[in-house]
Design a protein around this ligand. Structure first.
Ligand code: FES
Ligand SMILES: [Fe+2]
Length: 382
């Protein structure tokens, strides 16, 4: 739930204000976030295995419908979900939990007049229109940028965003701390979705502190005893990890699953995680990885997609152990969803201007600073 960079304790008496009511609830701020964060940088869209060769997936990024494909050569692409003929939406949005394999298609065909595009965006055919009538070369799909880092797929809506590696180094350095793990080799055993009636920042802030753990997560504090204390990071360690009572994040904590590829034995009993700024969480135990992607839909609505990754060496015999890990994580996520929705309702009150952050909320404060550095100070949108 934290990065090694942020482990330094804050000053003894330090308290900070939270974000303001406006920043959690207003359409103005939400639009500014879309402009200054979501449309400018890179956004996580999921694990590489959910974008198989020949596959396509439609995602909503900052209000833009985006088709992400992987062509026959294995290259990722992202396109505006808009036909170049008369602007019809090319692919209907599908349920976010749809099986990627069922979304495989040799090409993308518009449902209006059947113009057909290759998975790399080239316009292939224009039925009933003379091929000489339009220059097909100039009417491929409008492209965005797609790239992957260690099995995590990202899309940028901005041609001006720098390289993905630079974005990660500057905005989500915790991700690179897992570069020794071969996340790209892992298999997605389960994919779940939820819609949380809360602002996306409330979800990030909730992830960044464990003052709530003893109250909200009785099962989790059995698995990670440190969390009873309210610490989200272990003050006796300098690696950002916490000890798990077993090598799995599950109610029993002792599922006999194969290790995450690249995982060293001496880290198999630890849990570590990172925020994939701005819209993801990467959680790693000895035997499982969960990758949560947030798609902010409105100031008070966030779609979450969680992909549960396991070693490619898992067999049918591991199904029960996998179920335990998934069920445990889903339980904790549901508990977090309930309290995040309660925060959204609370901060929507006109009585709320700001709250207060304590020393154990230090990572929340760090996130707020990171957010403000990109979004600018509160006030009218300029
Ligand atoms: S709008 Fe797509 S083929 Fe006409
Ligand atoms: Fe929680």
């Amino acid at each position: 739930m934290g990065s090694k960079d942020a482990i330094a304790a804050p000053p003894g008496q330090a308290t900070w204000p939270t974000l303001t009511r406006d920043e959690y609830v207003t359409a103005d701020v939400f639009e500014r976030e879309r402009e200054r964060i979501f449309r400018r940088g890179w956004m996580l869209v999921g694990h590489a295995a959910t974008f198989p060769v020949g596959g396509r997936r439609v995602v909503d990024l900052a209000g833009e419908s985006v088709i992400v494909t992987r062509d026959r050569d294995g290259d990722l692409h992202a396109f505006a979900n808009v036909c170049r003929h008369r602007g019809a939406q090319l692919c209907s949005p599908h349920p976010p939990h749809a099986d990627p394999e069922t979304l495989a298609a040799p090409s993308l065909q518009c449902p209006y007049h059947a113009w057909t595009y290759a998975l790399d965006g080239r316009l292939l055919s224009t039925p009933r229109v003379d091929p000489d009538e339009i220059d097909r070369e100039r009417h491929g799909l409008w492209t965005y940028r797609a790239d992957e880092h260690n099995g995590l797929v990202f899309v940028s809506l901005s041609p001006e965003a720098g390289p993905l590696t630079r974005w990660i180094a500057e905005h989500a350095p915790g991700v690179a701390e897992f570069d020794d793990l071969r996340l790209a080799d892992m298999v997605v055993a389960r994919r779940t979705t939820a819609e949380v009636a809360a602002n996306w920042k409330i979800l990030v802030e909730n992830y960044q502190e464990c003052l709530h753990c003893a109250v909200v997560h009785p099962e989790l504090v059995e698995v990670v005893p440190l969390y009873r204390t309210g610490h989200v990071l272990d003050p006796t360690r300098d690696d950002g990890a916490v000890e798990v009572s077993g090598n799995s994040f599950s109610a029993g904590g002792h599922e006999d699953l194969p290790l995450v590829p690249g995982m060293h034995d001496d880290r198999a009993g630890l849990y570590d995680g990172a925020v994939v700024f701005p819209n993801g969480f990467l959680d790693v135990t000895g035997t499982s990885v969960s990758l949560l992607t947030m798609f902010p839909l409105a100031p008070d609505r966030t779609l979450t997609v969680t992909e549960y990754l396991f070693s490619p060496d898992v067999t049918d015999d591991d199904a029960v152990g996998i179920d335990h890990v998934v069920d445990f994580n889903e339980l904790v996520a549901a508990q977090d969803g309930v309290v995040c929705e309660g925060v959204q309702r609370g901060v929507s009150s006109t009585a709320f201007d700001t709250g207060v952050l304590t020393s154990k909320d230090a990572l929340v404060h760090d996130f707020n600073e990171q957010y403000r550095s990109l979004i600018g100070p509160p006030g009218p949108v300029t």
